[in-house]
Every structure is written in C-alpha cells, then in structure tokens.
Ligand binder design. Sequence first.
Ligand code: IFM
Length: 467
Amino acid sequence: MTIIDPLTFPPGFTWGAATASYQIEGAAAEDGRTPSIWDTFSHTPGRTRDGDTGDEACDHYHRYREDVALMADLGLGAYRFSIAWPRVQPGGSGPMNQKGLDFYRRLVDELLEHGITPWVTLYHWDLPQELEDAGGWPARDTAARFAEYAALVHGALGDRVRHWTTFNEPWCSAFLGYASGVHAPGRQHAPDALAAMHHLLLGHGEAVRAIRAADDQARLGITLNLYAISPADPASAGDLEAARRIDGLANRIFLDPVLRGAYPDDVRRDLAGISDFGFVHDGDLQTISAPLDLLGINYYSRHVVAAPDPDAPAEPYWRAPTSWPGSEDVRFLKRPGVPVTDMDWEVDAPGLTETLVRVATDYPGVPLYVTENGAAYVDSRGTDGEIDDADRVAYFDAHFRAAAAAIAQGAPLEGYFAWSLLDNFEWAWGYSKRFGMIAVDYATQERTIKASGHRYREVIKRNGLAE
Ligand code: IFM
C-alpha cells in the first residue's frame, strides 16, 4: 500500500544547494590568487587526513559551466557559494584582482542564464595568510579589512547578486581555528578564540552597514551553525547545567549579539576566568546587531551532553585545548542505537525542527533559511555505474519532513540548501568524507549524480514530498 503523505512547502520556497570556495574551486595559485590560511594549514604535515589540500579540489574554477549545467539539471532555484577572499583581493588589502573577480562574474552570469539565483557567502574560512600573519581574527583590524573587502566585492557583483551572507559558521572560525586548532590557522589559545569570535561578529556588522548603505535592494544575513542540545539525563541537575553551558557556547553566544545586541550574561560569567571581554568597544554591539533580512542556519546534528566526570583529574584549559573554552570538562555522549553518519554525527532530524522553532520563538522577526544540511556517507558504485546512496536519501528525506514540521509550527522558514552539491574537500578530513549529491571522481574529475540528487530533483519539482 502506498501511503500518500503530502508535505507541500509554501509557494516560492527556495530550494538550493551549497558549496564553499576552498572546498571545490582548486586553481589555488592561478590568476593572481594568493594563499589563504587553509593553503598554509593543509600544506603543513599532519594537519589534514592523508595530507590532502584544496590545490585542485573539484576543479570547479575551470569546470563551473559543467557544474551549473548539473545544478540546472537538478532544478535548483538557488546556489549558495563563497568568494575566496585571496582570489579577489590578494593579500587581504589593497586593490581588487580583476581576474579573480571575473571568475565570479562569469559564474554568476552562468547561474542567471540558467535561472538559478546566486547566494553569495563572503567568508567561508579562507582568510588571506597575510592577515593571519598580522594577527588574524583575534586582531580587531581584521574586522575592518573584512568590511572593506565585503564592500569591494559588493561593488563588483552587486548589480547581479541580491542575496548576501557575511560569514559562514563563525563558531568554526573562532573555536576550531583558535581554541582546539583542528582548523586553520591551527592556534590553541582560548582568550584569542573569544577575541576572534567578537571580531568576526564585528566584521559582520560593519560589512552589513557598508553594503546596506550602498544597496537598499540587498538581502543581508549571516549563517550560524546551530545545534539542538540535550542533557543526557534531563533529571540530572549536572547534565542540565552542561546543556546550558554548551547551548551558550554553541548557539546563544552568536544569536544573542546578532539578534539582541548583547552577549548572554550567563555565558560571560562562564568565561570570566578566560576573558574579561575587553575586546568589546563602545558601539560594537549596536553594529553587530544591525537589522538583518535573513538568518542562515546550518544544521547537522544534536549535542547530547553530561556533567563532568567527578573522577577525571582537573585540567586547566590550556593543557586540554578543546573547542569549548571554559567547558572543556563537559562530556559529549552518543546515544546507544541512534544512527550516525560517516562523520560520527548522530542523525537527529527532530533536532532541526527544534532548532528552527526555538530560533523563531526566542529571536522572532527574521526570515530563516536552512543554508546547509546534509550527511557524509561512504558511497559505493553499482555495476551499472549508479550510486544508490540510500542512507543520504533517508537523511535528506527526514530533514525535509523536519523542515516542513517547523513551518507547520510557525517557523518563518523560506528556503533550504542541501550540503553539498558536490563531494568536496572536507577540511581536516580531506577527501575522505563525501557529502555530495553529485559524486566526484578526483582522479578524472568526472561527476555522477547520486540517487540523492535524483531524489532532490523530484522534491524540488513538486515543492515537497508526496510519499
Ligand atoms: O563542509 C562543511 C562546511 O564547509 C561547513 N559546514 C559543515 C560542512 C560539513 O562539515
């Protein structure tokens, strides 16, 4: 028996896919591009799985026409991609590089010719190395450099692009980049990570101000990676406290300044032993909380957390650098029986509904977009050459339903971008993790649409699920 379960999305709902410059472009030293922190990091022995780098990646720089044709084949309404700062402004200051800009102009024109709306992310982690050498995100001046770069990119593409997000996942840039150091630039210093966080947000606010002043048609936002957070035992005061702390560091420390104009008091108290937040200058929070037209939410999984193990030896934070300054002792647990992806992340679609409804309730008034959602799995090719990625199909399906449930509960969700269009360079994991709806054979650069891509085409076509 076929069960008909019509889950139709609102008219005009945006269906897209997302990528990021360093993960797909390649052409790392072409047409004037200079190294970013990810070039330096990935070329440093021991930093990425198998020493993988983004030197060639998916060679999208040369194959963008083929890739846009694939997007059109899937029926995408929008494509979210990022600009490589060192490609368009080598070294991170001074004049723009025309050849770098021309690449993005050609890409945008190709998208528009295929009826696909371009969504630009201004920063998806490729900070010009020279700016890191000058202090990186812990240095306040980097925010000013970013705002200048953002205004220049907008000046070059603003006639063709309406949708702009400043940063992708500033949590990762600040805490993976400067606290645990598992991402570029690979530093481990919690006070610097907090300064980095603030300067990323300041750069966001200053860029919004600059673009808004130049363009009253621009739709402006930021993308945050938000998590559903649960205490391992909801009856345990210690686990509830762990959940409060991690929710503070993962979610509220970004949502509150951007959407309420203040850092949360409880989180500042948690962090008092690490930083006095002296990096916050008068007027910063007003800049950071400039009104937005949209909030991008990247959702992948849930954190289930528990109180510190009372038998574990107390470690000062600098001896055990993690991505959670001040809460290094919180335990992150896996629930028995809950399936995980190839990243070892629990599959938790209800967490997407929870996250969207929570943001809509606690921070009302801003349209929401899922700007990333997807899963890494080990794919295998059948004898017919097809890739039947049933796990990924199921993951997407569950999350489409979760998104629909959030809309039904009142969340102002206006679009969804699958991560990712293509298999690509998964940062410290190199090419060992595949997130694409389209497989990439890195030896030949051949692309193959997986079953999840074919399924996405159907969902887009009917603006929802029918079964
Ligand atoms: O590949 C990343 C992306 O660059 C940012 N969001 C999470 C994805 C999967 O890890």
